[in-house]
Design a protein around this ligand. Structure first.
Ligand SMILES: [Zn+2]
Length: 182
């Protein structure tokens, strides 16, 4: 799928292929022509969206354009990203049930599979197996991953920092704790 003609703004189209959300972003100038029907009939505004992640779907509205002639919808890239982040936060806070949800949550938070594996002390193959459903992460792993996703979306690294410290505990034998009133 290609985007409509436009000027300046980034345009993202959402396509679902075999249950995987694929986004196509096209950069052009003055968005005005519908790629599907070719008409100059695009109106900007909040557009309804349904984002399917496995058998769960997230519904809401995303800024974009609607073609008055053929009803094709185009979504604004950054606002679509914000919608995906909101869906990832929801999953982290309500529990991940499926490999599709796990993969979506990680990607929506902008976390590379290799980085996640490294932080968790598992191999990239293990993460791949979790995301394809070959094996399932246990509740501890799922909880830590959800925590990392929430941190990341807030621009924080608390959980990653804890993992790093626990992975390499300090060897200091004598630790002085000053507990004087601050
Ligand atoms: Zn159209």
């Amino acid at each position: 799928m290609t985007g409509p003609d436009f000027d300046g703004d980034a345009l993202t189209c959402v396509v679902v292929i075999d249950g995987t959300v694929v986004m196509v972003t096209v950069e052009m100038a003055n968005m005005n022509r519908c790629t599907k029907c070719g008409k100059l009939d695009l109106a900007k505004g909040k557009q309804p969206i349904q984002l399917d992640v496995g058998d769960r779907s997230f519904e809401g509205h995303v800024q974009g354009w609607a073609c008055a002639s053929c009803n094709e919808l185009y979504y604004d890239g950054p606002d679509l990203g914000a919608f995906e982040e909101a869906a990832a936060t929801w999953l982290a806070e309500h529990g991940v049930r499926t490999p599709e949800e796990l993969k979506f949550m990680r990607k929506a938070a902008g976390i590379r599979a290799a980085d996640l594996a490294s932080w968790l002390g598992v191999t990239p193959e293990t993460v791949s197996h979790w995301e394809t459903g070959k094996h399932a992460p246990d509740v501890v792993m799922r909880s830590v991953i959800a925590r990392i996703v929430v941190d990341t979306l807030r621009g924080e690294s608390v959980t990653r920092d804890f993992l790093q410290v626990q992975g390499k505990p300090e060897g200091t034998r004598k630790v002085r704790l000053d507990r004087d009133a601050a």
